[in-house]
Design a protein around this ligand. Sequence first.
Ligand SMILES: C[S@@+](CC[C@H](N)C(=O)[O-])C[C@H]1O[C@@H](n2cnc3c(N)ncnc32)[C@H](O)[C@@H]1O
Length: 188
Amino acid sequence: MREGSEVISVDAEWLGASGGLELDLGCARGVFLVQMAEANPGRNFLGVERQKLRVCRTQKKIRNKNLENARVIGGEIVEVLEQVVPPESADWLHVLFPDPWPKRRHAPRRLLQPRSFSAFHRVLKCGGRLRFLTDQEFYWRETLKFVGLLDGWVLTGEDPVGGWPKTEFQGRFESQGIASYGWILEKR
Ligand SMILES: C[S@@+](CC[C@H](N)C(=O)[O-])C[C@H]1O[C@@H](n2cnc3c(N)ncnc32)[C@H](O)[C@@H]1O
């Protein structure tokens, strides 16, 4: 991993635990991660976040709540998926309100673009799900232009919003009356 990345006690045994594994990619301060871990004690939850302060805040929440089934890694999402997470180990990947980079010249910085999907595909089990939410309708529409055409994936039509704990950003957006858009893809 690149210099400055910080891996906090994530071992292969924990990642391969029989109850299953879910990844929160860009977990910020761990609001969603911690709620999921508390609600599902038999399953493991790994957050990935590039901002060091947010990694520390997430780590602190996990420690304060004595959650054995939650961990966080400081680093770049695609690098962590390629170098740390074993192939076919995850049941769910959550990509929740990723930075939208709305300017056309910044589009290559967006996390959701066709070249990232091989890293997502590698770590998911067959039948595993990739869940995406955004407050930016244009971003959702852009992704819909290509996700249905990607080899090895199928759009499920499942509701990506209802029935899940809210993320920190989702709470902020909803309090301002801003809707969420998204989809769930299944790995074939
Ligand atoms: C807009 S925030 C959303 C946070 C959270 N998912 C939520 O919904 O509340 C996006 C987060 O992803 C992190 N992030 C963006 N790109 C990343 C990358 N390539 N690798 C790791 N973290 C990333 C940012 O630092 C930020 O904390």
